[in-house]
Write a protein that binds this ligand. Sequence first.
Ligand SMILES: Nc1ncnc2c1ncn2[C@@H]1O[C@H](COP(=O)(O)OP(=O)(O)OP(=O)(O)O)[C@@H](O)[C@H]1O
Ligand SMILES: [Mg+2]
Length: 265
Amino acid sequence: MSRTGAAPDVVPGAGIELRGVTKTFATRTAKTTALDAVSLFCPPGSFTALIGPSGCGKSTLLRLALGLETADAGEAMIGGEKPVIAARKGVTGIAFQDPALLPWRSVTDNIALPLDLLGRSKAEHAGKIEDLIRLVGLSNFAHSLPGELSGGMRQRVAIARALVTDPQVLFLDEPFGALDQILRRQMNIELQNIWLRNRTTALLVTHGIDEAVFLADTVVVMHARPGRIVKTIAVPFERPRPVSLFSSPEFHLLCDEVAEALHGG
Ligand SMILES: Nc1ncnc2c1ncn2[C@@H]1O[C@H](COP(=O)(O)OP(=O)(O)OP(=O)(O)O)[C@@H](O)[C@H]1O
Ligand SMILES: [Mg+2]
């Protein structure tokens, strides 16, 4: 496997920047520092994977970058703009672990949902929706309802939906967490293909070390209590990455390095 250096090509688009972001949640019984002075920069067109134990603040970080939470200190910027502004313009897209599709809407209409929310015309974007359905391999299911799809297919609808506004930044919060290992690997390969075609700035939250190393050019490792970044690991494998990468010694060495950072003190 050749190594080409970790720096992704410079591409236009929005990056993600967090500067000293701190977020504390206070409940009746406890105070949790979900994020403690977290700084992170994801250049435009880069693919970053965020990995860390449950409760270390990964989803909170995404919610801040989407403008769904506000920081107590520090700031998050998307393409140099405040996250709420970027979200309002459709610069950011998101896919969660639970695809949360509307059961009464067809695949096409579920993918069109963000356009409805942004007040954009679905008819004007019909070609775009068709392209996306093709991109995620669901051309024969455009009129199917979510209940008629497999888990992996539903997840692909969620990814197409996240891409329908042509986001410059794509957040993926454990999008394949509910899938079995075989399907998950297929989805990793598909996501790589989709990303190579779109080159959106991607930030993927995952519990899968192999998924993180296979997809990302940078793996960011977090620890909990307080939530913080403990290590940033560059992944130098050239793209497109073949499925055989999963069984190569270089791949395993990097996975070991991530595991050590994850479990180490
Ligand atoms: N709205 C909230 N109110 C109170 N505490 C919260 C809230 N949201 C998050 N927290 C706390 O902040 C911490 C970080 O939560 P977060 O959901 O970001 O973790 P995570 O890394 O995404 O975990 P997981 O891997 O389980 O999804 C946790 O301790 C959680 O209990
Ligand atoms: Mg989470």
